[in-house]
Write a protein that binds this ligand. Structure first.
Ligand code: NAG
Length: 344
């Protein structure tokens, strides 16, 4: 008999297509600032809204991790933290944070078990806490095992830590786009840690433009298990410095479009970081665009001139102009054989 009821309920659910998970929430129990409509839970609050009670009320009596909503949308200038298991096992296909101007701290387990999430979006929301045991944005994002795109625009993230995207809960095999750009000169990211993106097999766009990135650690954009897909890495308008690169920073097994324009202090490309990126590897060419940067005519860039032919650099190193107004690759070995003014 019981099985019959279960089967009957399943059929009803199937026939209806989408079960309406908002109807069984009593209006009296949800804060005035929140609504549930078309399977979207949305809270727009200038005052405190107790998300913990909200979600524990909605989740009451529902087996953990079985109810899926289209989205959770939050716009709040009050909430500072998303704590451990903030959603009480309710699943969301999308998270959308808009102008959550005080939201600085995301618990590393805030999104644990959110296997339905494909889109994570935030705008004008700081996520500014340094990494601690209780606040760790990137560890939290790494638990979104089916996420497709992460767009966090106009944030105040201080840095991208070493191994930012880990695969402890499984590889984020669907993650294609990570967009952390800022508009204007508002960006705050000062560095990209070692192996920050290395686990992301299928990543094809990283946008870190308009930040304050000075340093990039070893293998930050290396994908040891990757295929020959294409990837665009936009690092335009940062404070990159040739002395502050780790080794083997960029992909060698994806066809890469590397955008470096507007890094006015990036006057040379260190071979430890770029040599393998420029090597001929029998696939479409990697490119690196240096538009607008006055490059040093000295030993720092001599390896580029020396390898121009074998590496086919005139098709890979784009818009590389010397400080003297002559394209970098037009110089001779002898012209480059000058000790750098500022050694590292
Ligand atoms: C990256 O961000 C910049 C703004 O900083 C924007 O102009 C650009 O279209 C974005 N996308 C890509 C793929 O570079």
């Amino acid at each position: 008999m019981k099985t019959n009821i279960v089967i009957l309920l399943s059929i009803v659910t199937l026939v209806n297509g989408c079960p309406e998970y908002c109807e069984d929430i009593k209006k009296d129990y949800i804060p005035e600032s929140c609504t549930c409509q078309n399977r979207r839970i949305r809270c727009v609050a200038i005052d405190d809204v107790d998300l913990d009670s909200l979600f524990s009320y909605i989740a009451d009596g529902i087996p953990y991790g079985t109810r899926e909503y289209e989205s959770f949308e939050l716009e709040s200038s009050y909430i500072t933290t998303l704590g451990t298991s903030a959603f009480h096992g309710l699943l969301f296909k999308q998270f959308i944070f808009t102008s959550c101007s005080k939201l600085t701290c995301i618990s590393p387990t805030a999104f644990m078990g959110q296997k339905s999430t494909t889109i994570f979006m935030a705008e004008n929301t700081p996520f500014s806490s340094p990494v601690t045991a209780t606040c760790d944005l990137f560890s939290a994002l790494s638990t979104l095992t089916n996420v497709n795109q992460i767009n966090i625009v106009n944030h105040k993230i201080p840095q991208i830590p070493n191994n930012a995207f880990n695969d402890k809960m499984g590889v984020l095999a669907n993650l294609r786009t990570i967009d952390l750009h800022s508009t204007g000169s508002l960006g705050t990211i000062i560095s990209v840690g070692k192996n920050a993106f290395s686990t992301l097999l299928n990543l094809n766009m990283v946008n870190l433009s308009n930040q304050k990135i000075v340093a990039i650690g070893d293998s930050a954009f290396q994908f040891p298990r990757a295929n020959w897909d294409r990837i665009t890495i936009n690092l335009e308008h940062n404070n990159l410095n040739g002395c502050r690169f780790g080794s083997h920073v960029f992909p060698t097994n994806k066809v890469t479009k590397l955008m470096l324009a507007g890094n006015m202090d990036l006057t040379f490309l260190p071979d430890g970081a770029f040599y393998d990126f420029f090597e001929e590897r029998g696939h479409d060419r990697n490119t690196c665009d240096m538009l607008g940067i006055p490059m040093d005519i000295d030993q720092h860039n001599m390896w580029l001139v020396d390898n121009k032919g074998p590496m086919k650099l005139d098709q890979k190193l784009l818009n590389a102009m010397g400080k003297d107004g002559i394209p970098l690759l037009k110089h001779t070995h002898k012209q480059m054989d000058v000790p750098p003014l500022k050694p590292c």
